[in-house]
Design a protein around this ligand. Structure first.
Ligand code: GDP
Length: 459
């Protein structure tokens, strides 16, 4: 990991480019105090350079001789700051213009503009956090739901880093034993047997497989669950959509085919973020507009993480309902029988055979939203997902784990085929490299640059 980029003193507006109560301009680097000194004058008269870490001062903010604003200066002394460097944060009034002026004053005083994610990148390069923790910072900022927040917090606490370190130490234990046995065959080193190798390497493979298996759950929690609501006209899709989104956005009516466009809504339910699409009813139609709606619905259905297939419990299954079965093959489906407040005329046996467990609700009953949220979570196994155990949160991390898993499986197959332990050791080295890249211990400058592309300026 290079530390080339450290050295300059950078500054950025850390708050959004919008009018608000206060804005914060953050300065980090060796000259942070010097820059703050020339921009900020505490009313106490105490020089900024003499302020102790974790203290604040009220004062006036200047650009050259010109008074810009009054505000508060917070100071952090290296290494006890977010970046690990000297950091000064100037809080001024939250106007866009005045904030930009404060920022310009800092630039004029010798700071350079910070790149996207530069503060977090410095924290990484200064050993304040691991690469996976830095990635979690970006996740946390974009978190929209309770589960995403909990997950990114676990990652920020270093859950994945610890897991990667554990896997690395499991690999190293085997590698060390192989090396000792090869280097000192005559000593008391225990013989590296095929059984021992198989057992140890299988344990590593199981850890990696578990990470890969939970990737989808992690992705759904992070990116949200795309959930298509489908069913023939009038079964209550729009009513369910409105129930889940707590609004009356979808048009609810007794006239078939009223949902012509896809109505979309993002909601947080049972902790997960759901990207809901209320799709046009499935029916043959001559109406051109409705035809387009049906086509879009089919596309939505194809891409959905889960499909809420809605049926009217007050009617028997029709051929239109059955047409849906074909479209739902190989999809994760939650079959919802609606209108439970009306007399039941639907035998759910066929539904259960085709679609699995059925949930019966009345969309007119507001309490059903939580029930549906929990059922969706259960179907996608989101509740069983424990962020505290560490999980892979993005494609970069996944690629590293897959590479490690490939190398470990090669070591395992080799062991079973009876290749020499030193050849097994070579595969284990490759696995270790991939695990170190995952945790960031051995990440190249390119990898780090890629990670920080996702960040905003000021973080
Ligand atoms: P969509 O075409 O599938 O979107 O169906 P809508 O949501 O527009 O609902 C069609 C009709 O069924 C409307 O008159 C709703 O008020 C009614 N409806 C929806 N859900 C229920 C329910 O749980 N019970 C009863 N009794 N009527 C419902």
């Amino acid at each position: 990991m290079s530390i080339e980029s450290i050295g300059s003193t950078v500054c950025a507006i850390a708050t959004p480019a919008a009018v608000g109560g206060i804005s914060v301009v953050r300065i980090s680097g060796e000259r942070a105090f010097a820059v703050a000194e020339s921009v900020f004058k505490p009313v106490s008269g105490k020089p900024v350079a003499e302020m102790r870490g974790y203290t604040a001062a009220y004062g006036r903010i200047f650009d050259g001789g010109k008074l810009l604003d009054d505000g508060v200066l917070l100071v952090f002394r290296a290494p006890h700051s977010y970046t690990g460097e000297d950091v000064c944060e100037i809080s001024c009034h939250g106007g866009i213009y005045v904030t930009r002026r404060v920022m310009t004053a800092c630039l004029r005083a010798g700071a350079e503009p910070a790149a996207a994610g530069e503060f977090t990148k410095r924290a990484l390069l200064n050993g304040k956090m691991s690469l996976t923790q830095a990635e979690a910072v970006a996740d946390m900022i974009s978190a929209q739901g309770e589960q995403v927040l909990a997950c990114s917090n676990s990652q920020r606490e270093g859950a994945l880093y610890r897991r990667a370190e554990k896997i690395a130490s499991m690999i190293m234990e085997v590698s060390a034993q192989i090396s000792a046995w090869i280097d000192y065959p005559d000593d008391d080193t225990p013989v590296v047997t095929r059984e021992w190798l198989t057992e140890k390497i299988s344990a590593v493979a199981a850890e990696l497989d578990d990470l890969i298996a939970k990737y989808d759950s992690g992705r759904l929690i992070r990116n949200g669950v795309s959930c298509a609501i489908v069913g023939k006209p009038n079964v209550g899709k729009s009513t369910i959509m409105n129930l889940l989104s707590g609004s009356r956005r979808s048009i609810v009516s007794d006239v078939e085919g009223t949902t012509r466009d896809i109505v979309e809504e993002t909601v947080t339910l049972a902790g997960a973020v759901l990207l809901l699409s209320d799709c046009a009813g499935i029916r043959e139609t001559e109406d051109e507009v409705e035809k387009i709606g049906v086509e879009i619905m089919l596309e939505k259905l194809k891409n959905a993480d889960i499909v809420l297939a809605v049926f009217d419990g007050s009617r028997q299954l029709s051929h239109e309902d059955r047409r849906l079965f074909g479209l739902l093959e190989n999809k994760k489906v939650l079959a919802v029988v609606n209108k439970s407040d009306l007399e039941n005329r639907l035998d759910i046996t066929e539904l259960e055979e085709r679609l699995g467990k059925v949930v019966t609700i009345s969309a007119k009953d507001g309490d059903c939203a939580e029930l549906l949220g929990n059922e969706i979570n259960a179907r996608l196994e989101l509740s069983a997902f424990s962020a505290d155990a560490g999980y892979i949160a993005n494609e970069r991390q996944r690629a590293c784990v897959l590479r490690a898993a490939d190398a470990v499986n090669e070591a395992l197959t080799g062991t079973e085929l009876g290749i020499t332990p030193d050849a097994v050791g070579v595969s284990l080295e490759q696995a270790l490299d991939a695990v170190y890249e995952l945790s960031g211990r051995k990440a190249s400058d390119e990898v780090i640059a890629e990670v920080f592309k996702r960040f905003c300026v000021g973080k």
